[in-house]
Design a protein around this ligand. Structure first.
Ligand code: URA
Length: 229
């Protein structure tokens, strides 16, 4: 791994701060000052910052099947945080890559790798998320067309990005979107005169909710799933 990335992984420093500290000669690899951010290091390499040894903890990547009535936050509010469902050390050092509402169920990705979660949540990366949606009324015939063109949400400057709608039945659809505005799916259906009465996330990028998981269960992602983002 690159030395600047290793430093970010072991400390709170951002990539640009890590590069600054490298330039200042604050970092030693096997007792030699190294200033090159691209210098290759491994988990077992001895790296110091200001003469303090950095300890490398491998990043953690988790998928959770979120139930209703818990929240995607690191602090409890009206409902408890989903992180209580992970019975592992330092669960609250992790963060959630793309939140769901308290009443939404389904796939939540949880990690301590900020650069990885950025690829999921950054609007620039346009990561796809697929939702199964239950509606209060029959879906209108032109809904797929409207979502493909983009709809106007209240208090937003721009139309929504093109989204894909697959109609499963009159009141059940799959919607794939590539952005994550506040209550986006609920607001999109409100914009076309319908109401979401059930919402479940099935997929983020190429990662699908594992059908072996029951609600409230979790597992670590496979290497292939991590790399797919
Ligand atoms: N869109 C919503 O409206 N709610 C969610 O939980 C996720 C997407």
């Amino acid at each position: 791994m690159r030395l600047d990335k290793y430093i970010c992984r072991c400390t709170e420093l951002s990539r640009s701060d890590a590069k600054k500290r490298l330039k200042q000669g604050a970092v030693k690899v096997n007792d030699e000052v190294v200033k090159d951010p691209g210098h290759q290091v491994y988990e077992e390499t001895h790296v110091t910052l200001d003469d303090r040894t950095l300890s490398f903890a491998a990043a953690r990547y988790i998928m959770l099947y979120k139930p209703q009535d818990c929240i995607c936050s690191n602090v409890d509010e009206l409902y408890p945080s989903v992180l209580h469902l992970l019975e592992i050390d330092r669960a609250f050092d992790l963060h959630i890559a793309g939140r769901l509402d308290a009443d939404t169920t389904g796939l939540v990705l949880i990690t301590d790798d900020g650069q990885w979660s950025h690829k999921i949540t950054s609007p620039k990366k346009a990561c796809h998320k697929r939702y199964r949606v239950q509606l209060s009324r029959p879906i209108r015939e032109d809904a797929a067309e409207l979502f493909a063109e983009g709809v106007q949400l209240q208090n937003e400057k721009n139309l929504t990005r093109p989204a894909t709608l697959e109609v499963l039945s009159e009141q059940e659809v799959l919607l794939t979107i590539s952005e994550g505005k506040y209550h986006q799916v609920k607001r999109m259906f409100a914009a076309i005169g319908n109401r979401v009465v059930g919402l479940h996330r099935e997929q983020i990028g190429d990662i699908e909710l594992d059908p072996e998981l029951n609600m409230g269960d979790w597992r670590y992602l496979t290497e292939e799933e991590v790399q797919s983002i």
